[in-house]
Ligand binder design. Structure first.
Ligand code: ADP
Ligand code: MG
Length: 342
């Protein structure tokens, strides 16, 4: 049998294969960050991102409302704009719909899509519409702007930086677990308040646009990205992008410092789930992950004070490669892996 895509090293092996055949034009940053960065004029850079959502891979149609699906399709893209410290300006929506989708569903989808785009300043500028003989497919692209050369890149982490994240982690993964159990049981039993909140965190993540803009203005915020695949995967992207031939970066992550919501803690204890593992591996939290010079932590916290918590979860080091997971002084033997498609 022919080798599968997985044999290339999965999703990221495939992306590396593409990347190895591309040379960025002068002045443009293409593949490799949350957004591509292109000069727009003498003062402003344009950032561009795109994400694809496929029925039965990213969502189960029977469990998600049209409004939630539209919201999430836009939010996951806006989150990549936030990760650059950029301001959204416009978006494109391309959608493939099976012929049995109702007019009411389509109307609710568009109403919700436009509402979230308006809320974050991204005007719907175009797209494409086709029928689908299979699953629903939704591709969104968002454009944003940022002062020239001021995008927050994955490649700017430095040894000694603190690793920080916004909000709480693992909620979305727990919400997905609740959704999958509900779909498997084929019952629509009423969820308790914690489970309902976790499902909302999964279906309606908050794009951290305002937070990204504020953090984007701080010189001491070095590398930044959003958490889509879990820290176990996403922090590795920062480490790889920020390592050079002479300095290989690693990280210590302190699992006891991970910001876990009280709802996730209660739900995990009641359902025999490991909240720390969810926080590290489940992804789709769409919080911002960044590295900050220790001198600028208070300033960054001050900027976000009225918006969301900023938690230190570890530090960048040049003394080892990869991520070391620590619980107090003890290094964990367990390894963690984020989400990958293949
Ligand atoms: P994110 O999770 O922030 O959306 P991804 O992990 O999906 O980022 O992608 C990592 C990088 O690879 C991004 O710069 C993205 O644009 C690029 N990329 C992913 N898939 C493709 C593809 N099929 N063709 C070209 N570039 C791709
Ligand atoms: Mg991203």
């Amino acid at each position: 049998m022919a080798d599968s895509v997985a044999s290339l090293g999965g999703e990221f092996g495939f992306i590396n294969l593409i990347r190895s055949r591309i040379t960025d034009p002068a002045g443009i940053r293409g593949i490799g960050d949350d957004c591509a960065v292109l000069p727009m004029n003498s003062t402003t850079d344009l950032v561009v991102t795109t994400d694809l959502l496929i029925e039965d891979v990213h969502f189960i149609l029977s469990d998600i409302t049209a409004a939630q699906l539209a919201y999430k399709s836009a939010a996951v893209n806006l989150s990549d704009i936030a990760a650059m410290g950029a301001r959204p300006i416009g978006c494109f929506l391309s959608i493939a719909l099976p012929k049995n989708v109702t007019a009411k569903w389509a109307d609710q989808f568009i109403e919700s899509f436009i509402a979230i785009c308006d809320r974050f300043g991204a005007t719907l500028l175009g797209g494409d519409t086709t029928s689908s003989k299979g699953p629903i497919a939704i591709n969104v692209a968002v454009l944003g702007k940022v002062p020239c050369g001021r995008s927050k890149l994955r490649s700017s982490a430095r040894p000694g930086d603190l690793i920080c994240c916004t909000g709480t982690l693992g909620d979305s993964g727990a919400g997905l677990d609740v959704v999958l159990s509900r779909v498997a049981s084929a019952e629509n039993a009423k969820l308790d308040a914690d489970a309902e909140w976790l499902v909302r965190r999964h279906y309606e993540p908050t794009p951290r646009i305002q937070e990204g803009l504020l953090l984007g203005e701080l010189e001491g915020v070095h590398a930044m990205m959003d958490i889509s695949d879990g820290i176990a995967s996403d922090l590795n992207h920062i480490l790889k992008a920020s390592s050079t031939g002479s300095v290989q970066l690693g990280a210590d992550v302190h699992v006891e410092q991970l910001p876990l919501s009280s709802k996730l803690r209660r739900w995990s204890a009641a359902n025999g789930k490991n909240a720390i593992e969810l926080a590290l591996t489940a992804g789709e939290d769409f919080e911002l992950l960044m590295t900050i010079s220790p001198n600028d932590l208070d300033r960054a916290r001050g900027c976000l004070a009225s918006l969301c918590p900023l938690t230190v979860i570890g530090e960048i080091t040049a003394s080892h490669k990869g991520i070391r997971y620590m619980d107090g002084d003890q290094e964990l033997t367990q390894q963690f892996a984020g989400y990958t498609h293949f």
